[in-house]
Design a binder for this molecule. Structure first.
Ligand SMILES: NC(=O)c1ccc[n+]([C@@H]2O[C@H](COP(=O)([O-])OP(=O)(O)OC[C@H]3O[C@@H](n4cnc5c(N)ncnc54)[C@H](O)[C@@H]3O)[C@@H](O)[C@H]2O)c1
Length: 264
């Protein structure tokens, strides 16, 4: 119960990494607002958290929509009295086009979720948490190893994830300067076994980069010296730490969870 008394909002929480984060936060005693663009799946996860004794509710939140952010944050504060943890997890896969062929509309669609969505969460998270007195705030932004090093055929995604890394530091410094009780950190997963990765592997195979998704998975796995892909729980346990007061001296930092991907 490392998060007893905390109230968390997680974006993109109905599947993959976000679902593992929401589940882990609740298991450590936090009340969790499970939000997602897929509100039926968010409601199902909140129900399953409650069924195992946790405290959770759900809301529809398209992370690219500022009005929905304002409503979701207000509803979370209304439901539990305050908000102290915000996990900006919602993200979408890259378009897989090379830069020279990438349409501006596709670039903007990707950035609207992958970067605007994080900016909006940080903005409204700070507004909601800056006056907290009993529990300090923690904002955790889900970036990627692809926010630290580049790759091909994902220019929009890499640009957004790199920007999240420095937006995190800018927000952390502003909170310090304003004496707000809010820490802001980023996490950088390697490749994690989620529906997004599953779709990505299928896509790589259908584009002809690999004969099939299994060969694609083996190639991606080989980029991780530790010898396996990541699991959603690998990221969730780091987020629990960043959400908890155990990390109270940590702000503006990046936590890399990548099986050695960026160590080479
Ligand atoms: N899977 C990986 O290998 C990997 C690696 C590094 C970083 N990440 C990042 O982790 C986060 C979660 O990825 P995942 O693999 O669990 O993805 P996923 O596609 O498996 O799940 C993402 C969830 O976000 C929701 N979502 C999509 N668009 C949304 C929007 N506009 N607003 C709100 N919710 C939305 C989806 O409905 C889904 O429930 C993303 O930010 C992703 O970029 C993933």
């Amino acid at each position: 119960m490392r998060l007893q008394g905390k109230v968390a909002l997680v974006s993109g929480a109905a599947a993959g990494i976000g679902a593992a984060i929401a589940t882990a936060l609740a298991a450590e005693g936090a009340s969790v607002m499970v939000t997602d663009i897929d509100d039926a799946a968010a409601a199902a996860l909140a129900e399953s958290i409650r069924a195992t004794g946790g405290s959770a509710d759900s809301l529809k939140l398209d992370a690219a929509d500022e009005a929905q952010w304002m409503a979701a944050v207000a509803a979370t504060v209304e439901r539990w009295g305050s908000m102290s943890v915000l996990v900006n997890n919602a993200g979408i896969a890259p378009t897989a086009d090379p830069i020279e062929n990438l349409a501006l509309t596709d670039w903007r669609r990707s950035l609207s979720v992958n970067l605007d969505g994080v900016f909006l969460g940080v903005k409204h998270g700070i507004r909601a948490m800056k006056a907290n007195t009993s529990t300090a705030g923690s904002i955790i932004n889900v970036s990627s190893v692809l926010g630290i090093v580049g790759t091909t055929r994902a220019p929009d995604y890499v640009a957004a994830k790199g920007a999240i890394r420095l937006l995190t530091k800018a927000a952390a410094l502003e909170c310090c300067q304003m004496s707000y009780p809010i820490r802001v950190n980023s996490v950088h997963p390697g490749f994690i076994e989620t529906p997004m990765l599953e779709r990505g592997l299928q896509n790589m195979a259908s584009l002809g980069f690999f004969p099939d998704a299994n060969v694609a998975a083996a190639a991606i796995r080989s980029l991780h010296p530790i010898g396996r892909l990541g699991r959603p729980a690998d990221i969730a346990s780091a987020v629990v730490y960043l959400a908890s007061d155990e990390s109270s001296f940590m702000t503006g930092a990046e936590m890399v969870l990548d099986g050695g991907y960026t160590a080479q």
